[in-house]
Design a protein around this ligand. Structure first.
Ligand code: PHE
Length: 452
């Protein structure tokens, strides 16, 4: 019986969808501030080297596992070796946890895009605008519902008509908008000093921490260890070249992160007269500092609107990849229709997102070790589960089913895997060691024992 499967129609479709997942909030606000903090050019270099080694090995592995087995994250491991099917359970837990809180932030982004489009950018620059907004009980929830419904609509259209077509429009647009904003910012008076700050290698800041920060960032930024690339790999056609696709996704993801630095670092640098402290703030950089920066520039409100639309696109394509991963897991598990499961997942996401949203307002008294409800989920998924899943994946491929499961799959389309030797060394030795380092350091970091 021929199985009817909704696939990506071409390699380009796959690459843009996978890049859509990879390019997200991590690229747009986290990367620029890490680069600024850890010595500019030297951080960029470390990041680049890690992307073409560690990032390359893990991305290739996940896509190949997905395509080889044709399964979602839940069953891909078990299909190759039943004893290890628990990795699939752990990998599936990650998107199930991330999806709701990612939508809370997605809701904030739509709100800001809306405020700028409505011409109220000046209000967004007010001191209490952000905290006033997120602490409300109803409004942020309304926006997160809008965000989830937008993702749901695309998932209901399917892999080819929904995800692929959407990515084919949004991803090129995202590149154009990033370039427009970056050009606008670097042509502002005084921006050159900020550019120098962004590019100039500062060797004194090259430390073990800089290295770990780059590694952790890369991991999250390429949507690794969340089951996403396994799922997308399962929709990739046999004749499409995995190795070339991985290279393209890396270039896309790193390119947008680099451009984000070009727009944000000089802008904040000029605004604060060379004081880069504000760059280090997490969400407050995007939602508090940047609106002030836009407010201070001529034409800044228009750029603000373009910027938040850009962020919205980036967040939406990432949320879609999360939702698709969760939907595919439950369709396989229950055998129910895609439509039914998508609606169930949407309801689950809304119910689980509400506490994370309220955690900034009426439920702010609920916290563990100073982490809000949203931060707790973030910690559990990003700092604990993801490194564990990645480590198990390396052990599984390197030592249990053996690397030719992946290398043969890569060769299935083009007969050659140019970096095969490098891949084997990376997956068996280099990557597992690095992951153990990330795991230990991110836990110590969260509990304030070290600072990254
Ligand atoms: N890779 C995305 C980023 O860099 C993050 C992401 C998280 C994507 C969860 C999908 C799911 O922002």
């Amino acid at each position: 019986m021929k199985q009817k499967k909704d696939n990506f129609s071409s390699r380009l479709g796959f690459v843009l969808a996978a890049a859509g997942s990879a390019v997200g909030l991590g690229n747009l606000w986290r990367f620029p501030y890490l680069a600024a903090k850890y010595g500019g050019g030297s951080f960029l270099l470390i990041y680049l080297i890690l992307a073409v080694t560690f990032g390359f090995a893990l991305l290739t592995t996940e896509i190949a596992l997905g395509r080889k087995t044709g399964k979602s994250a839940l069953y891909a491991f078990g299909k190759l070796n039943e004893k290890w099917s628990f990795i699939g359970v752990l990998a599936s837990a990650v998107p199930i946890i991330i999806m709701p809180y990612y939508c809370v932030i997605g809701g904030w982004v739509i709100k800001y895009a809306w405020v700028y489009i409505a011409g109220s950018g000046a209000a967004a620059a007010g001191d209490d605008f952000f905290t006033g907004f997120i602490s409300q009980p109803v409004e942020p929830i309304a926006w997160l519902v809008v965000f989830i419904l937008a993702s749901m609509a695309i998932i209901l259209l399917g892999v080819n008509k929904g995800i692929e077509n959407m990515s084919k429009v949004l991803m090129p647009l995202l590149v154009v908008l990033s370039v427009v904003i970056a050009i606008f910012v670097i042509t502002r008076p005084g921006a050159t000093a900020g550019l120098v700050y962004y590019f100039k290698p500062d060797l004194s800041k090259m430390s073990a921490n800089a290295f770990l920060a780059a590694l952790g960032q890369l991991f999250y930024s390429m949507s690794l260890a969340m089951g996403i690339m396994i799922t997308y790999g399962s929709y990739m056609k046999k004749e499409d070249d995995i190795e070339a696709s991985v290279r393209n996704v890396e270039i896309f993801d790193t390119g947008i992160a680099f451009l984000a630095g070009l727009m944000i670092v000089p802008a904040v640098f000029v605004f604060n007269n060379g004081d880069t402290e504000a760059l280090k703030a997490g969400p407050t950089l995007m939602f508090i500092t940047l609106p002030k920066v836009f407010d201070s520039m001529a034409g800044g409100h228009i750029i603000g609107a373009v910027f938040f639309i850009l962020v919205f696109f980036a967040a939406l394509t990432s949320a879609i990849s999360l939702m698709e991963t969760v939907v595919s897991i439950f369709v396989e598990k229950t055998g129910k229709s895609r439509k039914f499961i998508t609606i169930c997942v949407t309801i689950y996401t809304i119910l689980m997102a509400v506490p994370s949203s309220l955690g900034f307002g009426i439920w702010s008294h609920i916290s563990i070790k100073g982490l809000s409800i949203l931060d707790m989920w973030d910690f559990l998924s990003n700092s604990v589960l993801m490194p564990i899943v990645a480590l198990l994946t390396c052990i599984f491929v390197g030592y249990v089913v053996k690397t030719n499961i992946v290398t043969d799959e890569v060769k299935a389309s083009t007969d050659k895997f140019k970096s095969e030797k490098l891949y084997v060394v990376l997956i068996k030795y280099f990557s597992p060691i690095l992951i153990v380092l990330i795991l230990i350091s991110s836990i110590l970091n969260t509990f304030g024992i070290i600072t990254l």
